[in-house]
Design a protein around this ligand. Structure first.
Ligand SMILES: O=C[C@H](O)[C@H](O)COP(=O)(O)O
Ligand SMILES: C=C(OP(=O)(O)O)C(=O)O
Length: 359
Protein backbone atom coordinates (compact mmCIF):
# COMPACT_ATOMS: atom_id res chain seq x y z
CA UNK A 1 0.00 0.00 0.00
CA UNK A 2 1.44 3.42 -0.87
CA UNK A 3 0.66 6.23 1.52
CA UNK A 4 1.78 9.48 -0.15
CA UNK A 5 -0.41 11.47 2.25
CA UNK A 6 1.63 10.10 5.21
CA UNK A 7 5.07 9.13 3.99
CA UNK A 8 7.83 11.49 2.78
CA UNK A 9 5.33 14.29 2.37
CA UNK A 10 8.13 16.87 2.19
CA UNK A 11 10.40 14.86 -0.09
CA UNK A 12 10.14 15.95 -3.72
CA UNK A 13 12.28 13.16 -5.24
CA UNK A 14 14.83 10.44 -4.63
CA UNK A 15 17.31 10.76 -7.49
CA UNK A 16 19.72 7.87 -8.05
CA UNK A 17 23.31 8.34 -6.95
CA UNK A 18 26.27 6.13 -8.00
CA UNK A 19 27.55 3.98 -5.17
CA UNK A 20 30.98 4.55 -3.59
CA UNK A 21 32.23 1.42 -5.38
CA UNK A 22 31.06 2.73 -8.74
CA UNK A 23 32.81 6.08 -8.29
CA UNK A 24 35.97 4.33 -7.00
CA UNK A 25 35.95 2.08 -10.08
CA UNK A 26 35.80 5.15 -12.35
CA UNK A 27 38.53 6.96 -10.41
CA UNK A 28 40.68 4.38 -8.63
CA UNK A 29 43.34 5.30 -6.10
CA UNK A 30 46.74 5.19 -7.81
CA UNK A 31 49.97 4.02 -6.17
CA UNK A 32 51.34 7.58 -6.10
CA UNK A 33 48.15 8.96 -4.54
CA UNK A 34 48.08 6.18 -1.96
CA UNK A 35 51.67 7.02 -0.98
CA UNK A 36 50.73 10.70 -0.52
CA UNK A 37 47.85 9.75 1.77
CA UNK A 38 49.88 7.22 3.78
CA UNK A 39 52.77 9.65 4.19
CA UNK A 40 50.45 12.56 4.98
CA UNK A 41 48.58 10.72 7.70
CA UNK A 42 51.82 9.33 9.13
CA UNK A 43 53.33 12.83 9.32
CA UNK A 44 50.23 14.15 11.09
CA UNK A 45 50.16 11.24 13.54
CA UNK A 46 53.85 11.86 14.20
CA UNK A 47 53.18 15.54 14.97
CA UNK A 48 50.29 14.63 17.29
CA UNK A 49 52.41 11.92 18.99
CA UNK A 50 55.36 14.36 19.25
CA UNK A 51 57.72 12.13 17.29
CA UNK A 52 57.75 14.71 14.44
CA UNK A 53 58.78 18.18 15.64
CA UNK A 54 57.10 20.14 12.84
CA UNK A 55 54.06 22.42 12.94
CA UNK A 56 51.34 21.34 10.50
CA UNK A 57 49.53 24.01 8.53
CA UNK A 58 46.21 23.42 6.78
CA UNK A 59 46.18 26.11 4.12
CA UNK A 60 44.05 26.74 1.07
CA UNK A 61 40.80 28.17 -0.22
CA UNK A 62 37.78 28.59 2.03
CA UNK A 63 36.05 26.40 -0.57
CA UNK A 64 36.95 24.85 -3.91
CA UNK A 65 34.53 26.04 -6.61
CA UNK A 66 36.78 25.94 -9.70
CA UNK A 67 38.97 22.80 -9.93
CA UNK A 68 41.24 24.46 -12.54
CA UNK A 69 42.12 27.34 -10.21
CA UNK A 70 42.26 24.86 -7.31
CA UNK A 71 44.88 22.79 -9.10
CA UNK A 72 46.82 25.92 -10.05
CA UNK A 73 46.83 26.80 -6.32
CA UNK A 74 47.86 23.23 -5.41
CA UNK A 75 50.91 23.33 -7.72
CA UNK A 76 52.10 26.57 -6.10
CA UNK A 77 51.49 25.15 -2.64
CA UNK A 78 53.39 21.94 -3.40
CA UNK A 79 56.50 23.94 -4.36
CA UNK A 80 56.23 25.98 -1.16
CA UNK A 81 55.52 22.86 0.94
CA UNK A 82 58.77 21.29 -0.30
CA UNK A 83 60.70 24.47 0.46
CA UNK A 84 59.56 24.67 4.12
CA UNK A 85 59.23 20.92 4.78
CA UNK A 86 61.96 20.82 7.43
CA UNK A 87 59.80 22.99 9.70
CA UNK A 88 56.21 22.97 8.43
CA UNK A 89 54.10 20.06 7.25
CA UNK A 90 51.73 21.59 4.72
CA UNK A 91 48.26 20.15 4.10
CA UNK A 92 46.07 21.73 1.43
CA UNK A 93 42.67 22.87 2.65
CA UNK A 94 40.31 21.16 0.18
CA UNK A 95 36.83 22.07 1.39
CA UNK A 96 34.01 20.75 -0.78
CA UNK A 97 31.22 20.98 1.82
CA UNK A 98 30.22 24.29 3.40
CA UNK A 99 28.11 24.44 6.56
CA UNK A 100 25.97 27.58 6.36
CA UNK A 101 24.73 29.74 9.21
CA UNK A 102 21.34 29.87 7.50
CA UNK A 103 21.39 29.30 3.74
CA UNK A 104 23.81 29.80 0.86
CA UNK A 105 25.88 27.75 -1.59
CA UNK A 106 26.69 24.51 0.27
CA UNK A 107 29.79 23.71 -1.70
CA UNK A 108 31.09 21.96 -4.80
CA UNK A 109 29.73 18.50 -3.98
CA UNK A 110 26.23 19.81 -3.31
CA UNK A 111 26.00 22.16 -6.29
CA UNK A 112 29.04 21.85 -8.58
CA UNK A 113 27.52 24.03 -11.33
CA UNK A 114 26.58 26.78 -8.81
CA UNK A 115 23.21 27.09 -10.52
CA UNK A 116 20.93 25.38 -7.98
CA UNK A 117 20.84 22.20 -10.07
CA UNK A 118 22.32 20.32 -7.07
CA UNK A 119 24.03 17.60 -9.16
CA UNK A 120 25.55 15.83 -6.15
CA UNK A 121 26.36 12.86 -8.41
CA UNK A 122 28.54 15.10 -10.61
CA UNK A 123 29.96 17.01 -7.63
CA UNK A 124 31.06 13.85 -5.85
CA UNK A 125 32.85 12.47 -8.89
CA UNK A 126 34.56 15.77 -9.71
CA UNK A 127 35.56 16.20 -6.07
CA UNK A 128 37.21 12.77 -6.18
CA UNK A 129 38.96 13.66 -9.46
CA UNK A 130 40.34 16.81 -7.83
CA UNK A 131 41.52 14.97 -4.71
CA UNK A 132 43.24 12.38 -6.90
CA UNK A 133 44.98 15.13 -8.88
CA UNK A 134 46.40 16.81 -5.81
CA UNK A 135 47.40 13.49 -4.23
CA UNK A 136 49.24 12.72 -7.49
CA UNK A 137 51.14 15.98 -6.98
CA UNK A 138 52.27 14.64 -3.60
CA UNK A 139 50.23 17.13 -1.59
CA UNK A 140 48.22 15.95 1.43
CA UNK A 141 44.58 17.13 1.60
CA UNK A 142 42.48 18.24 4.57
CA UNK A 143 38.72 18.65 4.42
CA UNK A 144 35.67 19.30 6.58
CA UNK A 145 33.49 16.20 7.02
CA UNK A 146 29.93 17.41 6.93
CA UNK A 147 27.84 14.78 5.16
CA UNK A 148 28.17 11.44 7.00
CA UNK A 149 28.00 9.45 3.74
CA UNK A 150 30.61 11.37 1.71
CA UNK A 151 33.68 9.75 3.39
CA UNK A 152 32.76 6.44 1.73
CA UNK A 153 33.34 8.17 -1.61
CA UNK A 154 36.39 10.29 -0.78
CA UNK A 155 37.94 9.10 2.49
CA UNK A 156 40.85 7.22 0.92
CA UNK A 157 42.19 10.51 -0.45
CA UNK A 158 42.05 12.57 2.74
CA UNK A 159 44.88 13.01 5.27
CA UNK A 160 43.29 15.39 7.79
CA UNK A 161 39.66 16.06 8.70
CA UNK A 162 37.95 18.95 10.46
CA UNK A 163 34.64 18.84 12.22
CA UNK A 164 33.32 22.37 12.02
CA UNK A 165 32.11 24.73 14.72
CA UNK A 166 28.49 24.11 13.76
CA UNK A 167 28.72 20.31 14.04
CA UNK A 168 31.24 19.57 16.81
CA UNK A 169 28.37 19.04 19.25
CA UNK A 170 26.51 16.70 16.86
CA UNK A 171 26.48 13.03 17.85
CA UNK A 172 26.41 12.05 14.17
CA UNK A 173 29.71 13.85 13.54
CA UNK A 174 31.34 12.41 16.65
CA UNK A 175 30.30 8.90 15.57
CA UNK A 176 31.54 9.55 12.06
CA UNK A 177 34.90 10.80 13.41
CA UNK A 178 35.30 7.68 15.52
CA UNK A 179 35.53 5.70 12.29
CA UNK A 180 37.55 8.09 10.12
CA UNK A 181 41.02 6.96 9.06
CA UNK A 182 42.56 10.43 9.51
CA UNK A 183 43.38 12.60 12.51
CA UNK A 184 40.34 14.81 13.22
CA UNK A 185 40.44 18.42 14.42
CA UNK A 186 37.31 19.48 16.31
CA UNK A 187 36.57 23.19 16.26
CA UNK A 188 35.23 25.03 19.27
CA UNK A 189 31.61 26.17 18.88
CA UNK A 190 30.63 29.34 17.04
CA UNK A 191 29.92 30.88 20.47
CA UNK A 192 33.49 30.09 21.59
CA UNK A 193 32.58 27.03 23.68
CA UNK A 194 35.70 24.84 23.91
CA UNK A 195 33.98 22.29 26.19
CA UNK A 196 31.92 20.84 23.33
CA UNK A 197 35.10 20.16 21.34
CA UNK A 198 36.74 18.47 24.33
CA UNK A 199 33.61 16.30 24.74
CA UNK A 200 33.71 15.54 21.01
CA UNK A 201 37.34 14.36 21.19
CA UNK A 202 36.45 12.04 24.10
CA UNK A 203 33.37 10.72 22.30
CA UNK A 204 35.19 10.15 18.98
CA UNK A 205 37.95 8.23 20.74
CA UNK A 206 35.42 5.55 21.75
CA UNK A 207 33.80 2.76 19.75
CA UNK A 208 30.38 3.53 18.23
CA UNK A 209 27.72 1.68 16.27
CA UNK A 210 25.45 3.70 14.02
CA UNK A 211 23.62 3.71 10.70
CA UNK A 212 25.52 4.41 7.52
CA UNK A 213 26.24 2.93 4.13
CA UNK A 214 28.91 0.49 3.01
CA UNK A 215 31.00 0.71 -0.16
CA UNK A 216 28.21 -0.95 -2.17
CA UNK A 217 25.84 1.83 -1.12
CA UNK A 218 23.84 -0.51 1.06
CA UNK A 219 22.47 0.56 4.46
CA UNK A 220 24.76 -0.82 7.12
CA UNK A 221 25.33 -0.80 10.84
CA UNK A 222 28.74 0.84 11.00
CA UNK A 223 30.82 -0.37 13.96
CA UNK A 224 33.87 1.78 14.61
CA UNK A 225 37.08 1.26 16.59
CA UNK A 226 37.41 4.84 17.91
CA UNK A 227 39.85 7.50 16.71
CA UNK A 228 42.66 8.39 19.10
CA UNK A 229 43.92 11.24 16.93
CA UNK A 230 41.23 13.79 17.81
CA UNK A 231 42.55 17.24 18.66
CA UNK A 232 41.26 20.75 19.35
CA UNK A 233 41.00 23.59 16.83
CA UNK A 234 40.59 27.07 18.33
CA UNK A 235 38.73 29.30 15.86
CA UNK A 236 37.49 32.07 18.17
CA UNK A 237 33.80 32.61 18.76
CA UNK A 238 31.07 35.14 19.33
CA UNK A 239 33.15 37.63 17.39
CA UNK A 240 36.16 37.23 19.72
CA UNK A 241 39.53 35.53 19.15
CA UNK A 242 40.76 32.69 21.39
CA UNK A 243 44.35 32.13 20.22
CA UNK A 244 45.94 34.32 22.94
CA UNK A 245 48.29 32.79 25.52
CA UNK A 246 45.65 32.67 28.27
CA UNK A 247 42.96 31.09 26.05
CA UNK A 248 45.46 28.49 24.78
CA UNK A 249 46.53 27.72 28.37
CA UNK A 250 42.92 27.32 29.56
CA UNK A 251 42.04 25.14 26.55
CA UNK A 252 45.10 22.99 27.25
CA UNK A 253 44.02 22.55 30.88
CA UNK A 254 40.55 21.45 29.71
CA UNK A 255 42.11 18.81 27.45
CA UNK A 256 44.43 17.58 30.22
CA UNK A 257 41.53 17.43 32.72
CA UNK A 258 39.64 15.19 30.28
CA UNK A 259 42.69 12.91 30.08
CA UNK A 260 43.40 13.91 26.48
CA UNK A 261 46.69 14.78 24.77
CA UNK A 262 47.21 18.54 24.83
CA UNK A 263 47.25 19.11 21.07
CA UNK A 264 45.93 22.44 19.82
CA UNK A 265 45.59 23.90 16.32
CA UNK A 266 44.88 27.60 15.82
CA UNK A 267 42.56 28.50 12.96
CA UNK A 268 43.98 31.91 12.02
CA UNK A 269 40.75 32.77 10.18
CA UNK A 270 37.09 32.99 11.27
CA UNK A 271 36.55 34.73 14.63
CA UNK A 272 40.30 34.59 15.35
CA UNK A 273 40.83 37.17 12.61
CA UNK A 274 37.47 38.93 13.10
CA UNK A 275 36.81 37.48 9.62
CA UNK A 276 39.26 40.06 8.26
CA UNK A 277 41.66 38.02 6.11
CA UNK A 278 44.51 40.55 6.42
CA UNK A 279 44.69 39.69 10.13
CA UNK A 280 45.49 36.02 9.47
CA UNK A 281 49.27 36.49 9.09
CA UNK A 282 49.28 38.40 12.39
CA UNK A 283 47.54 35.49 14.11
CA UNK A 284 50.07 33.05 12.63
CA UNK A 285 52.90 35.31 13.78
CA UNK A 286 51.44 35.25 17.29
CA UNK A 287 51.25 31.43 17.24
CA UNK A 288 54.91 31.34 16.17
CA UNK A 289 55.81 33.77 18.97
CA UNK A 290 54.04 31.59 21.54
CA UNK A 291 56.01 28.56 20.33
CA UNK A 292 59.25 30.53 20.39
CA UNK A 293 58.46 31.49 24.00
CA UNK A 294 58.14 27.82 24.98
CA UNK A 295 54.53 26.80 24.29
CA UNK A 296 54.26 23.00 23.94
CA UNK A 297 50.58 22.55 23.09
CA UNK A 298 50.35 24.35 19.72
CA UNK A 299 50.95 21.80 16.98
CA UNK A 300 49.12 23.23 14.00
CA UNK A 301 47.58 26.23 12.28
CA UNK A 302 45.01 26.90 9.57
CA UNK A 303 44.93 29.67 6.97
CA UNK A 304 42.23 30.50 4.42
CA UNK A 305 44.17 31.44 1.32
CA UNK A 306 43.58 31.60 -2.42
CA UNK A 307 45.34 32.88 -5.53
CA UNK A 308 43.62 36.26 -5.34
CA UNK A 309 42.75 38.02 -2.05
CA UNK A 310 39.20 38.67 -0.83
CA UNK A 311 35.96 37.09 -1.96
CA UNK A 312 33.16 37.63 -4.44
CA UNK A 313 29.43 36.82 -4.50
CA UNK A 314 28.08 34.00 -6.66
CA UNK A 315 26.00 35.75 -9.32
CA UNK A 316 22.27 34.93 -9.36
CA UNK A 317 22.34 35.03 -13.14
CA UNK A 318 23.95 31.79 -14.39
CA UNK A 319 25.15 33.58 -17.54
CA UNK A 320 27.40 35.73 -15.33
CA UNK A 321 29.23 32.77 -13.70
CA UNK A 322 31.88 33.09 -16.43
CA UNK A 323 32.66 36.60 -15.13
CA UNK A 324 33.83 35.33 -11.73
CA UNK A 325 37.39 36.41 -10.90
CA UNK A 326 39.79 33.50 -11.36
CA UNK A 327 41.24 32.16 -8.10
CA UNK A 328 39.08 34.28 -5.78
CA UNK A 329 36.88 32.78 -3.04
CA UNK A 330 33.09 32.58 -3.40
CA UNK A 331 32.70 31.95 0.34
CA UNK A 332 34.81 33.55 3.11
CA UNK A 333 37.46 36.09 2.14
CA UNK A 334 41.00 34.72 1.83
CA UNK A 335 44.55 36.06 1.81
CA UNK A 336 46.33 36.16 -1.54
CA UNK A 337 48.96 33.69 -2.72
CA UNK A 338 51.73 36.29 -2.26
CA UNK A 339 50.65 36.95 1.34
CA UNK A 340 50.46 33.19 1.97
CA UNK A 341 53.99 32.58 0.71
CA UNK A 342 55.37 35.41 2.81
CA UNK A 343 53.52 34.34 5.98
CA UNK A 344 54.57 30.69 5.66
CA UNK A 345 58.20 31.46 4.75
CA UNK A 346 58.47 33.80 7.74
CA UNK A 347 56.87 31.26 10.08
CA UNK A 348 59.23 28.54 8.86
CA UNK A 349 62.28 30.78 9.25
CA UNK A 350 61.33 31.82 12.78
CA UNK A 351 60.58 28.25 13.89
CA UNK A 352 63.61 26.59 12.31
CA UNK A 353 65.86 26.95 15.35
CA UNK A 354 63.23 26.25 18.04
CA UNK A 355 61.13 23.31 16.83
CA UNK A 356 63.73 20.51 16.76
CA UNK A 357 64.28 20.70 20.55
CA UNK A 358 60.61 20.98 21.40
CA UNK A 359 59.22 17.46 21.98
O1 LIG B 1 34.08 29.18 6.52
C1 LIG B 1 33.01 29.33 6.04
C2 LIG B 1 31.90 30.06 6.63
O2 LIG B 1 32.31 30.83 7.70
C3 LIG B 1 30.85 29.10 7.07
O3 LIG B 1 30.59 28.20 6.03
C4 LIG B 1 29.58 29.86 7.43
O4 LIG B 1 29.26 30.71 6.43
P1 LIG B 1 27.98 31.66 6.45
O5 LIG B 1 27.90 32.26 7.83
O6 LIG B 1 28.30 32.67 5.39
O7 LIG B 1 26.79 30.83 6.12
C1 LIG C 1 33.14 26.59 8.27
C2 LIG C 1 34.40 26.70 8.65
O1 LIG C 1 34.85 26.98 9.84
P1 LIG C 1 34.06 27.02 11.22
O2 LIG C 1 33.44 25.68 11.38
O3 LIG C 1 35.13 27.31 12.21
O4 LIG C 1 33.05 28.13 11.12
C3 LIG C 1 35.49 26.51 7.67
O5 LIG C 1 36.64 26.38 8.09
O6 LIG C 1 35.18 26.51 6.49
Amino acid sequence: MTTPDIDNINVAAFDPMPTPDEIHARLPLTAVAARTVRDGRAALRGILDRTDHRLFVVVGPCSIHDPVAGLDYARRLKALADEVSDTLFIVMRVYFEKPRTTTGWKGFINDPHMDDSFRIDVGMERARRFLLDIAELGLAAGTEALDPIAPQYLGDLISWTAIGARTTESQTHRELSSGLSTPVGFKNGTNGDVGIAVNAIVSASRQHSFLGINECGRSAVVRTRGNRYGHLVLRGGDGRPNYDTVSVQIAGEALAKAGLPVNIVVDCSHANSYKKPDQQPLVLENVVNQIRLGNRSLIGAMLESNIVAGNQPIPDDVAKLADLTYGCSVTDACISWETTEKALREAAARLRDVLPGRQ
